[in-house]
Write a protein that binds this ligand. Structure first.
Ligand code: VGL
Length: 212
């Protein structure tokens, strides 16, 4: 069966990058890799979605309100902006999540578009049933997005070289990848994706021509 893909870039926002309020070690290292994926997918005409944490100043997600995290990605604040070097093409659809005080907003599948359309509804409306997912952070928003995508019946592939983990406990990131794999996610890298595309296209598989 021919599946139609979407690229989902999760939360590549300044607060999750070095210097940010909830900095992920090497969080900004995903940017050049994601730019390569963006270019690959864009050339294939794949729709591109970028999710963002978009919290109110008061949120149960934050320590101040009994939650787990320092204040981060507050709506309209500089820390909530996408990393300026992330080359989101025109037509990228922004998915906002964590919008209300009571909403933790881990999974992008819980997010909505600018006009409030739930993300899974939009994907189905657009006939998209395969998600390629990278971004921040492996052990929270990426993991929850991948697991919920699978639960919702999407075919999900993790872009393993385009994610970084919070790793509150060392190894959280690696365990998250295993959990996603065990739940049914495929795992690829820039190195292996050409082969995946060839197989998806029903082509002859990888060969010298593909690599030239
Ligand atoms: C995230 C921790 C808290 C994430 C968001 O984007 O992965 N992690 N809020």
């Amino acid at each position: 069966m021919h599946r139609r893909a979407a690229l989902l870039i999760v939360d590549v926002q300044l607060d999750f990058c070095p210097g940010g309020a909830l900095a992920v070690a090497e969080g900004d290292a995903v940017v050049p890799v994601l730019n390569r994926y963006i270019s690959l997918f864009w050339k294939r005409g794949t729709p591109i979605f970028a999710s963002r944490d978009w919290h109110p100043a008061q949120s149960v997600h934050f320590r101040d309100n009994g939650g787990r995290w320092p204040v981060h990605c507050v709506q309209e604040a500089p820390g909530a902006e996408f990393h300026p070097k992330l080359l989101l093409p025109e037509g990228t659809i922004v998915i906002s999540k964590g919008l209300t005080r009571w909403d933790e907003g881990y999974s992008a599948l819980q997010g909505v578009t600018e006009n409030g359309t739930p993300f899974p509804m939009l994907l189905r409306h657009m006939g998209l049933d395969r998600l390629y997912v990278g971004g921040l952070a492996t052990d929270y928003c990426v993991k929850e997005s991948v697991l919920e995508g699978l639960k919702e019946g999407f075919d999900v592939t993790l872009l393993a070289d385009a994610v970084r983990a919070v790793d509150l406990t060392p190894g959280d990131g690696a365990r998250a990848v295993e959990q996603m794999r065990a739940a049914g996610a495929s795992v690829v890298t820039l190195e292996s994706i050409a082969e995946v595309f060839a197989i998806e296209a029903g082509g002859p598989g990888p060969g010298p021509l593909l690599r030239s």
